[in-house]
Design a protein around this ligand. Structure first.
Ligand code: SPD
Length: 353
């Protein structure tokens, strides 16, 4: 009996020990949990951040605003465990409406002083109460001139039966429908169902000729799986470094411009570390390192000054006003976002028109 009591005591003490160890480890866990677009922050930058601050970065990625948004909605405030996400401007108000993000203490992000004023205090987030900009870019046409001789200057040029099987279209819903709307003279920020129906008709014509719907354009272009398609300018520059026969075109109708932003989630488990992280990412040398790896442009004026003229003078990286004439910023369309998703689903499941 005595032996049994002793054994029970040992077991109980061990369990308490294990429990306390877990609690203490949790208490002293020094980390920040970041959920970001893939190919957007170099591993070296994350490692340097940890070296400098002692804060570990738990990092995971997504491929679209839509997947990030649905995941956060599904998990809710209590369950996501993330500190920071990086939505495009038009998703900031959507995250706010679902009560998924919290107001920033801007005084803790002193490096916001390096951000170009033209990117601050915008309609989508007056006073930057919820967001600080990270990188911006735009959609254009990527063409492999080894296979395509025609002069490409317009979104309408994608509609050519010659490119059947070699065409890549974006699966970014707002970009894809934005283009289809624009070439018909309709607003890429429309909230009208009839406009989306028109856009869908054009896209359904291209669908059977489309090799792949994706925003992951590097592999299909590098492997010559596709010869023409939609691509963001940063990805285009990375591909063009490897394959100079590939050219990027700013379409004459104009394009869709986006800005991605750091936001702090409601229920963020490590808010102080999140501020340290955001402030670090806004440091000019750090922002410049990110640009050199992924070739998207930065709203950080000091970072731009650190970049080689060869890059800043490149019109794919830094389009002129004329290159972007007729372009639109992608805006929040509120409840009409449902229509965009519905028409995207219809397109995916449609058979040949
Ligand atoms: N690899 C990172 C790409 C980030 C693109 N974000 C913007 C999408 C806007 N539609």
């Amino acid at each position: 009996m005595k032996k049994l009591l002793c054994l029970l005591l040992v077991v109980a003490l061990c369990s308490v020990g294990v429990y306390l160890h877990g609690r203490i480890a949790k208490l002293f866990k020094n980390e920040v949990v970041v959920y970001n677009w893939s190919d957007y922050i170099p591993q070296e930058v994350l490692n340097d951040f940890t070296k400098e601050t002692g804060i570990n970065v738990i990092y995971s990625t997504y491929e679209s605003n839509e997947s990030m948004f649905s995941k956060l909605q599904l998990l809710g405030n209590g369950g996501h465990g993330y500190d920071i996400v990086v939505p495009s401007t038009y998703y900031i108000s959507m995250l706010r409406e679902k009560d998924l993000i919290q107001e920033l203490q801007l005084s803790t992000i002193s490096n916001i002083k390096y951000i170009d004023k033209r990117f601050l205090d915008q309609d989508y987030d007056k006073g930057n109460r919820y967001s600080v900009p990270y990188m911006w870019g735009a959609l254009g046409i990527l063409v492999n001139t080894d296979y395509i001789d025609e002069e490409i200057s317009s979104w309408a040029d994608l509609d050519n039966p010659k490119y059947a099987g070699k065409l890549l279209l974006s699966d970014d819903v707002r970009d894809l429908f934005g283009v289809a709307l624009k070439i018909q003279g309709l607003s890429p920020n429309t909230m009208e169902e009839e406009d989306l129906r028109q856009a869908q008709i054009w896209l359904a014509k291209l669908k059977p000729r489309t090799r792949v719907f994706t925003t992951q354009v590097k592999q299909p272009f590098s492997g010559d799986e596709v010869h023409i398609g939609m691509a963001w300018n940063g990805d285009a520059l990375v591909i063009m470094e490897e394959k100079p026969e590939i050219k990027f075109v700013w379409p004459k109708e104009g394009t869709l411009i986006w800005v991605d932003n750091f936001v702090l989630l409601k229920g963020a488990p490590n808010p102080d570390n999140a501020y340290t992280f955001i402030n670090y990412m806004l440091r000019p040398d750090v922002a410049a390192k990110c640009v050199q790896e992924y070739m998207y442009s930065t709203p950080n004026t000091e970072a731009l000054a650190l970049l080689p003229e060869e890059l800043t003078g490149n019109r794919v990286f830094m389009p002129t006003e004329a290159d972007l004439a007729g372009s639109d910023a992608v805006l929040d369309v509120g409840a009409a976002m449902r229509l965009y998703s519905d028409y995207w689903e219809k397109l995916l499941h449609s058979s040949t028109p």
